[in-house]
Design a protein around this ligand. Structure first.
Ligand SMILES: [Zn+2]
Length: 264
């Protein structure tokens, strides 16, 4: 069997579709008999195809075949053996590798229309992914900012009312039924002894028992917040209410209700 290295240059050119037909016959005969060279060819083609998808730039240099071959011939024979049969040759010879890879890419870039179409398609997909990602980032930034406004102690929270009235406890519930998401905020709440706690309740639409929806203690200025207590998605709410319970909370609300609000 003819030695592999005799076909090394040819194999490279064959992989990128640049071996003249007159010389290809002998190589193909060798490929029929030599699994090593077939595998090498498969690997080269795989890498070349990937490379072509990412290649861009000016037209390929003239005499690229000659430059590729002469660059390879400068490598000592033993190293070339290694290059072609031990592992991917561009891993061992960076200079040759970068030159040759550039040429591979540009050859295919010019010659394979199908690959160019794939490239355009991939770019389009990439673009729409980028747009989607930007939108997601924008949304989550807004959400983060909102959450910061609602939760940060740095943020000044001011309740406005008529000038003379004593501030009364007020609460606001925001409820997204299909997800069971609930955000509740209250202000002007009276302080409680440590043995007690405020508790939020969801009063279901169809006459079910009030569902516990989180306990909370007001801060020193009477403000409080409950975020996403465990509520089964889809629960229809008729009203929300707040009671005072023994700490750490109760299964049933104890009258009277401190705050109460209907959903409609
Ligand atoms: Zn071989």
């Amino acid at each position: 069997m003819a030695a592999h290295e005799q076909f090394a240059d040819d194999l490279t050119l064959y992989a990128i579709g640049s071996l003249p037909v007159s010389e290809a016959g002998q190589l193909e005969q060798h490929l029929d008999q030599c699994g090593d060279c077939r595998r090498e060819l498969e690997e080269m083609r795989g890498d070349v195809a990937l490379l072509a998808l990412s290649a861009s730039g000016p037209a390929p240099p003239t005499r690229s075949r000659e430059r590729l071959l002469s660059a390879m011939k400068k490598e000592p024979r033993r190293q070339r053996m290694l290059i072609y049969h031990a592992r991917p040759w561009w891993a061992v010879a960076p200079v040759v590798a970068s030159l040759a890879l550039a040429i591979f890419g540009l050859f295919l870039w010019r010659e394979n229309r199908n690959l160019r179409e794939q490239e355009a398609e991939m770019q389009q997909k990439q673009q729409s992914l980028v747009t989607e990602l930007a939108q997601t980032q924008h949304d989550s930034e807004q959400a983060r900012e909102m959450l910061y406004m609602l939760t940060s102690p740095e943020v000044q929270k001011v309740s406005l009312s008529t000038a003379k009235s004593t501030p009364q406890p007020v609460g606001k519930a925001m409820y997204l039924r299909n997800k069971g998401h609930l955000l509740f905020m209250a202000s002007n709440l009276a302080p409680l002894p440590n043995s007690k706690t405020y508790q939020l309740w969801l009063i279901p639409m169809r006459g079910g028992a009030p569902m516990p929806a989180g306990t909370f203690m007001p801060d020193e200025r009477g403000g409080a917040m409950v975020m996403n207590p465990p509520i089964p998605p889809g629960t229809e709410a008729k009203a929300f209410a707040v009671t005072v319970e023994e700490s750490p909370g109760s299964e049933k609300p104890t009258m009277p209700m401190v705050l109460m609000g209907n959903t409609t």
